[in-house]
Design a protein around this ligand. Structure first.
Ligand code: NAP
Length: 139
């Protein structure tokens, strides 16, 4: 990929399913502009990695932002959503957008209605007490 970039055939390089060590190794080879790993409200192994990438100006694109094959199961998520007159998936996306400025979202959907719903999540503001409840889900 670095060779292709040098030839002008590839503009930017991102990595998927990588550890911080692998990211550092790759950076010795080429500039890395984004990382795509599994991350969502309930799966937060990358918390420290996300913060480190944000400090370096590297984008983080969580895959399975809505839980992927196993939808996020949480009474707390449903409670917060009901209070905010939103859907649980919208709250899960709003939490990710609020989590860090380097997070970019690609929620997968085969439904136009869900697409509209997911886009609207960008305008959903989460109050601090809701954020605290949501943070507790992944602990
Ligand atoms: N780099 C990697 O290794 C890797 C691995 C996995 C995935 N990915 C990428 O990550 C992205 C997201 O992955 P994903 O689509 O598998 O997981 P996801 O976005 O977490 O979940 C998608 C699931 O959520 C449902 N959904 C979406 N919006 C919804 C809504 N508003 N309400 C209720 N359900 C909703 C979808 O069903 P409907 O179709 O019914 O909306 C689908 O079943 C994709 O672009 C995928 O290619 C990358």
């Amino acid at each position: 990929m670095a060779d292709l970039q040098r030839q002008g055939l590839v503009r930017h390089i991102g990595l998927s399913n990588v550890t911080p060590t692998q990211f550092a190794e790759a950076r010795d080879i080429a500039e890395i502009v984004c990382v795509q790993n599994q991350y969502n409200l309930a799966h937060r192994d990358d918390d420290a990695f996300i913060d480190a990438l944000a400090a370096e100006g590297v984008a983080y694109v969580p895959f399975f932002p809505l839980g992927g094959f196993s939808p996020l199961p949480s009474a707390a998520l449903s409670d917060v959503a009901a209070r905010l007159d939103a859907t649980p998936m919208q709250v899960a996306l709003a939490w990710l957008l609020r989590r860090s400025p380097n997070i970019l979202l690609i929620p997968g959907t085969s439904s136009v209605a869900h697409l509209h719903e997911n886009l609207a999540a960008a305008s959903l503001t989460l109050p601090e007490d809701a954020v605290a409840e949501l943070d507790a889900i992944g602990r």
